[in-house]
Each structure stands twice: as C-alpha cells, then as structure tokens.
Design a protein around this ligand. Structure first.
Ligand SMILES: [Fe+2]
Length: 296
C-alpha cells in the first residue's frame, strides 16, 4: 500500500517588501489585492497545521500542485524553498508550478535554483516537463501549466510539446505496470464562467488522457474540493482538486488536503481517497469523507 498526500495553493505569506520598480504592471494589482484581501484568508498558521496533519499520517509521498508564491517577487523565492524543505525531503515531495509562480515572465528563471530538487525527474533535469518520479508502484508525472498572463487572467497552457511527451510517457509507464498519477496546477475541466482561469488546451489534455490513460489526475487552482471523472481508454479517470492549504475563507473551500491509499487488488488497482480539512466553524482538522476511486 502506497500512501500519497496531495495539497495545493499554499500562497505563502507574509508578502516581502518590494521595490517600487518591482511593482510595475501586473504585480501592482496583485500586491494591492494581497494586502487588501488575500492575506486575511491565506494564513500561515493554518498551513502549518495542515502540513503537520499530513505528516502525522506518515505518507510515502507528498504532492504540491503549485501556487506557492503570490506575485513572484524576488523576495518570495527563498522563503518558498525554506517552506518546501519543511514539508519533507525533495525525494519524497514533488512540486509542480502554478500561475502565481509564473506571475511575471522572468519568474520561471528562478524555478530551477529554488525548487529544482522537488521537480527533478528520475532521468531528467529540473527544467524538464513533463518529468517522472517512480516511487514504488506509483509514477508521479509532473506537468507545468504555469504561464505568465495579462492582468486579471489566470489561464494555463501545456503546449503541444508537453502534450506529445505526456502521451509517450503514459504509454511507457503503463507498460511498466505503474499507477500513473498526473500532477498539474490547472484543472482539466473548467466551468464557462471561469474562462479567465481555464487551462487553454484542456481539450487536448483530456484527449491525451482519453487515448493513453492515467489512474489519477491531481490539481489545484480552483481552491475547492472537486472530483470529475474523465474518459480513459478503459474506464474513467478521477481528476481531483483540493482547496488552498492555507485558506480560512475567501471564495473557495476552507483549507484541506487529500490522502490516497493506493494498492493492488488482484489484477486491478485499488485507490481510496480521504479528504481532510478544517471542520466547519472551527480550526480543527478532521476527516471530511472517504471515497473509493476505482481506476484502470
Ligand atoms: Fe492558480
């Protein structure tokens, strides 16, 4: 049995001080937004309790699907690495970036030096997407949907190269008999009202999954608990979203994360999901329900 924990969108605070020239353009809007609104519901002490709760279950691996930063100021990167180190050793923690991690164009230049250890594949360097990390019978496939967008947009994109490589990888990992977990920041399905934050090539992503299969897709971005069953070549593929790991309110669900217990049952995979998070009206972390996800 392999125990996988998934959390997302920690949006680490506090916001570091910034030089005036660092707050030009899109960052100025994000900076005001953080101080007026977002810092009141992304809370460090909540995030610490979520991480402690995850660790108390002794997972074999922890996946973090992006938006560790807020507006990608130079001063946000070093604390984000310190935080990732508190989650666990890079061998046991996998990170993929989100749109806030690519808030401005030059942010991606910083990914390698700060988060590279957590995004390094078994045989590829830290700047290569998709990457694969085989851990026991589980293959974690890391994608980057993080792109820099215009103000008020939070779209993501995988692009043809990444999608092509993903298709090949999914086939190879299937032939190795591994339980394939795809990690991506943006959800594969977005409601029409949220077009401004959709994955632009979600239809192509779903097409790759439909043809080449996966056992599980994990994402963040929407800050809510969600489950969508996608079409696969031989059954449905669960795509599961989690709330921000630091949220006590705002537009999404309150802080939570998921645990996946993955194992074999005869010739089939067995995967049970447990949702954990803040109990309604309290700051206590409790079980929010379990569900058997049968895939493959
Ligand atoms: Fe996001």
């Amino acid at each position: 049995m392999f125990l996988l924990a998934h959390m997302s969108d920690p949006h680490l605070g506090p916001m570091p001080s910034a030089r005036i020239r660092e707050l030009a353009g899109k960052r100025a809007i994000g900076y005001m937004n953080w101080h007026r609104r977002r810092k009141t519901f992304h809370r460090g002490e909540v995030l610490s309790r979520i991480v402690a709760d995850i660790k108390s279950h002794r997972p074999d691996h922890i996946a973090v699907t992006g938006d560790i930063l807020n507006i990608a100021l130079p001063g946000e990167f070093a604390p984000s690495r310190v935080w990732l180190d508190t989650v666990g050793p890079a061998h046991d923690v996998t990170f993929v970036p989100g749109n806030h991690d690519a808030y401005v164009r030059k942010a991606a230049r910083e990914w390698h030096s700060h988060w590279g250890d957590f995004m390094k594949g078994d045989t590829t360097g830290a700047d290569h997407f998709p990457f694969v990390r085989r851990r026991g019978e589980v293959a974690l496939i890391g994608l980057s949907s993080a792109i820099t967008t215009a103000p008020f947009m939070a779209t993501g994109k995988l692009g043809p190269q990444q999608l092509h490589a993903l298709a090949e990888l999914l086939d190879r990992l299937s032939s190795e008999g591994l339980f394939r977990v795809v990690l991506i920041h943006h959800p594969p399905v977005t409601k029409a009202a949220y077009r401004f934050k959709r994955l632009i090539d979600a239809d192509k992503f779903r097409q790759v999954l439909r043809r080449h299969g996966a056992e599980l897709v994990l994402h963040g971005h929407d800050h809510i608990h969600s489950l969508v069953m996608l079409d696969g070549p031989s059954g449905k593929i669960p795509a599961v979203g989690v709330p921000s790991a630091s949220a006590i309110g705002g537009e999404g669900d309150r802080a939570g994360y998921n645990l996946y217990s993955i194992g074999r049952s005869g010739n089939h995979w067995r995967c049970e999901m447990t949702r954990r998070g803040l109990a309604p009206g309290t700051e206590t972390i409790v079980d929010l329900g379990q569900r058997a996800l049968m895939a493959a």
